[in-house]
Ligand binder design. Structure first.
Ligand code: MN3
Length: 242
């Protein structure tokens, strides 16, 4: 978290802010009035790689829309929906799990979950991909009989999800399993630990693959999947923070 966001979230008035002049005065005034707005853009962290880094599997043009329009749109909606509510002070994962239990908050849930899912998806991909880490291989073997078995199940989940949604590799106890969710839904709602995900909304692949979702999913698994990120999440053994 950068200092400015941290200061805004904690409400600290620092010497640096005092030196900001007008901005510092405005912030100081807001300390006794309504809670200051959270930093703009907080739900839209930078992509972890350049926009063209996933080519040719995922084009820069797709990321321009997927990150720059879709993810950006969910982030902007979320910011607007939680502004001035008690949700505004919660961590993103808490907003997701709390709003999931309240049908009256489906708008907040859909946007918060999509922000979480997308931030997690970007981290699930790595330019050039990577090998399965030796420390994760035994649990993959135990759960799926090997990497090919895992890919087969993940491909099946990606292809068979009817309409928009997500295919996931998750940790359940000491084993792994594949699951899929519709629309904005996420395994966080079921208390599972996601390790990696594949976005199977049409906006994720249509510019590059049109209707060939299975080809997109196979290419992502073979050439971009960040198995090192999967291991990090497996080791953490709890809800991974994004
Ligand atoms: Mn998407």
């Amino acid at each position: 978290m950068n200092n400015r966001i941290h200061e805004t979230l904690t409400g600290k008035i620092t010497r640096r802010q005092a030196l900001l002049g007008t901005a510092g005065v405005l912030f100081a005034a807001s300390a006794t009035g309504p809670r200051p707005a959270r930093a703009a853009g907080q739900w839209l962290p930078p992509l972890p790689y350049p926009q063209d880094a996933l080519e040719p599997v995922i084009s820069a043009r797709t990321l321009e829309f997927h990150y720059g329009k879709h993810h950006q749109g969910y982030a902007a909606n979320l910011e607007r929906l939680v502004a001035g509510t008690p949700m505004a002070d919660l961590r993103l994962e808490e907003i997701v799990t709390r709003s999931a239990r309240d049908p009256g908050q489906s708008g907040i849930f859909n946007n918060a979950a999509q922000v979480w899912n997308h931030t997690f998806f970007w981290k699930s991909l790595k330019p050039g991909g990577c090998a399965m880490p030796a420390d994760l291989a035994p649990v993959v073997n135990r759960s799926f009989g090997g990497l090919e078995g895992l890919k087969k199940e993940l491909a099946q989940a990606a292809s068979s999800q009817f309409g928009s949604g997500w295919a996931w590799l998750v940790r359940e106890g000491d084993r792994l399993k594949v699951t899929k969710t519709a629309n904005a839904h996420t395994p966080l709602e079921d208390g599972l630990t996601p390790l990696v995900t594949i976005d199977v909304w049409e906006h994720a692949y249509y510019l590059d693959y049109q209707n060939r979702r299975a080809d997109y999913a196979a290419a992502v698994m073979d050439k971009l999947m960040n198995w090192e990120f999967a291991l990090e999440n497996f080791r953490r053994g709890q809800r991974p923070a994004v």
